[in-house]
Design a protein around this ligand. Structure first.
Ligand SMILES: CC(=O)SCCNC(=O)CCNC(=O)[C@H](O)C(C)(C)COP(=O)(O)OP(=O)(O)OC[C@H]1O[C@@H](n2cnc3c(N)ncnc32)[C@H](O)[C@@H]1OP(=O)(O)O
Ligand SMILES: CC(=O)C(=O)O
Length: 559
């Protein structure tokens, strides 16, 4: 199988994304993740331009890589400058990286208007910088050249970009990488230009020079453009994990990798690595602190999630009928979503996922599907509230322990005058009119919950809002007989109006909550015209599911 070089630029071009700021420690952690994945090259940053990157290359020297080689990124010398006396070029050499990737202007409009120099001088800048850095007397790095604005440049002048590329090859570059810097090109144009560039290299006697591709996603075609380039002769693909990058991002390297290896038959990373794609995507999300996009191909949480009943019915026979690959190949998993679009098969497959075998009990699946459709028509949503669905399913099967009977609950909210000297009338909270900072009053809520287990428990609790007070009171009441309830905490609370066009504050609303006990997380749903009532339903189901999932035995004695 032919190899395609995988070149990761998450730590350089990915870090150019709005909102991403990686510390040296983050970059070192990413280095390990990328090396374990088996990429060939990891571009670590721009030493000499960004102090953190200079420090990163110093630190990286103490972390030998098993699979990948490190690349330092930088620019050619400026017009009129000699690389031997250029501090930025010296910083690239001093980074100790075995690969140096230079960005070079290949669009004559950029040469003339951004660099404000001549086309000939730009060719000289490329030639001299590549030759100096690849000279063994100056460290002898392998030099790769990113041809900035290559595709747009060819549209303006069909030859100049090719001349820059050949100058780089002549000076000793090991790889030349046409870049769709503005991300405005489509696959056909990319493929035609790459084919032309490859032919030009071969005809000039540079068959040894690798043709690369670097694409941005401004037309939504970054991955497609990278793959089109490979079909046209590129054998080096640059991209970033999760498609991070300036503006709309770079080609998602994980999507490129999966497509190249699984669909196009190239050898890219060691065979076992593919099964870690999901993990790599999530670990990099932790480092960038950017929530993973659920609909990301191959790695996203929804990439193999099925909602339509007819899909489920075919999947029950053979998952391959509605999936382009086995999700486990890329470290993902199939999920069944239950909603108003469910039929018997969806319920049966979801039940199987939850460890309940409904095979041979079509009546139960049919009845659960009917209840789900009926309740979704009222506003419930089970694909976002797995725990509520599980309660419904187990209830139908008579498999649900009843932990408590609710006698009553109530919440009061109001404002209470603070003692003199209490509160702080200034600050941002006061300007926003929030909570305790207004003119000496404290906003607070109080809830009382009465439940029966074997005994009658009455608990009153305060909170900074009604849902918080209700949550505190319910937890305290349950924890008297079920101490496991004390570990449960609310982590998310979302409310939405279901019929905004027909009603104002008296609209039906849906509350979706997420809870955790420190190990598991789960979500439940409540619906009503009263936001507190809907919250109570979601909370009660949430605690109920938590106790059932912990295997807690019911102590309820109905008198
Ligand atoms: C397409 C890409 O994404 S390339 C990567 C881009 N990444 C970055 O820019 C991040 C790091 N950049 C930096 O830290 C700074 O911009 C630096 C250190 C590179 C330059 O900083 P400064 O010298 O203050 O200048 P500034 O940021 O305004 O850049 C303009 C200068 O770079 C020159 N320049 C721009 N592109 C190139 C290039 N490909 N080769 C050589 N010089 C270039 C311009 O001619 C201009 O030089 P001049 O001031 O002599 O006219
Ligand atoms: C080099 C680079 O990042 C670009 O041209 O997009």
């Amino acid at each position: 199988m032919e190899h395609v070089v995988l070149y990761d630029t998450t730590l350089r071009d990915g870090a150019q994304q709005e909102g991403i700021s990686l510390s040296v420690a983050d970059k070192l952690a990413a280095l390990r993740i990328l090396d374990d994945l088996g990429v060939d090259v990891i571009e670590g940053g721009w030493p000499g331009a960004i102090p953190k990157d200079t420090e990163f290359f110093r630190a990286a020297a103490r972390h030998p890589l098993v699979h990948a080689r490190l690349a330092a990124f930088g620019a050619t010398v400026r017009p009129g400058a000699d690389p031997a006396f250029d501090p930025q070029v010296a910083a690239l050499r001093d980074s100790g990286a075995p690969i140096i990737t230079l960005v070079a202007k290949s669009d004559p409009r950029h040469v003339e208007r951004a660099l404000r120099t001549t086309r000939e001088e730009n060719l000289r800048m490329v030639t001299d910088t590549v030759a100096w850095l690849s000279d063994p007397a100056n460290g002898g790095a392998e030099v790769m050249v990113d041809l900035e604005h290559f595709f747009d440049g060819l549209a303006a002048d069909p030859d100049y970009g090719i001349d820059v590329m050949l100058a780089a090859a002549r000076a000793g570059a090991g790889a030349v990488i046409p870049c769709d810097t503005n991300g405005g090109n489509l696959p056909g144009a990319i493929a035609r230009s790459i084919a032309r560039a490859r032919t030009a290299l071969d005809e000039a006697g540079f068959a040894r020079v690798t043709m690369g591709i670097h694409t941005h996603n401004d037309t939504g075609c970054a991955v497609a453009n990278a793959l089109a380039a490979v079909e046209a002769g590129a054998r080096h693909v640059q991209g970033t994990i999760n498609g991070y990058g300036e503006r709309t991002g770079n080609a998602n390297l994980l999507t490129c990798l999966a497509n190249l290896q699984v669909k196009m038959g190239y050898e890219v990373v060691p065979a076992g690595s593919l099964a870690h794609l999901g993990e790599v995507s999530r670990r990099m999300s932790e480092l960038t602190n950017i929530v993973p996009f659920p609909r990301e191909p191959y790695t996203g949480a929804s990439a193999f999630a099925h909602k339509a009943g007819l899909h489920a019915s075919a999947i029950r026979v053979d998952p391959g009928l509605y999936q382009h690959i086995d999700p486990e190949t890329v470290g993902n998993g199939m999920r069944m979503l239950v909603s108003e679009m469910a039929g018997r098969s969806s319920i049966e497959l979801k039940a199987r996922e939850l460890g309940v075998d409904l095979a041979g009990r079509p009546g139960v699946a049919q009845e659960v599907a009917r209840v789900v459709k009926e309740r979704e028509a009222q506003g419930y949503t089970y694909d976002a509230a797995d725990a509520s669905f599980e309660l419904l399913l187990r209830d139908q099967l008579g498999l649900l322990p009843r932990y408590a009977r609710v006698e009553s609950w109530k919440v009061t909210s109001g404002e209470q005058a603070l003692p003199r000297g209490g509160g702080d009338a200034g600050g941002a909270d006061a300007r926003a009119g929030r909570g305790q900072a207004r003119t000496g009053v404290l906003a607070e809520s109080e809830a009382t919950v009465k439940i029966h287990t074997g005994h009658r428990h009455i608990r009153t609790a305060e909170g900074n809002g009604p849902v918080n007070a209700l949550d505190n009171a319910l937890r305290a009441a349950l924890a008297r007989d079920y101490p496991e309830a004390s570990a449960t905490r609310l982590t998310d609370f979302r409310v939405r109006i279901l019929d905004p066009q027909h009603a104002g504050t008296d609209a039906t609303i849906r509350v979706l909550i997420s809870l955790t006990d420190g190990t598991r997380t789960w979500s439940t749903v409540g619906v009503g015209t009263d936001v507190i009532e809907a919250s109570w339903e979601a909370l009660f189901d949430g605690y109920w599911w938590g106790l059932a999932a912990s295997g807690v035995r019911s102590l309820l004695i109905e008198l």
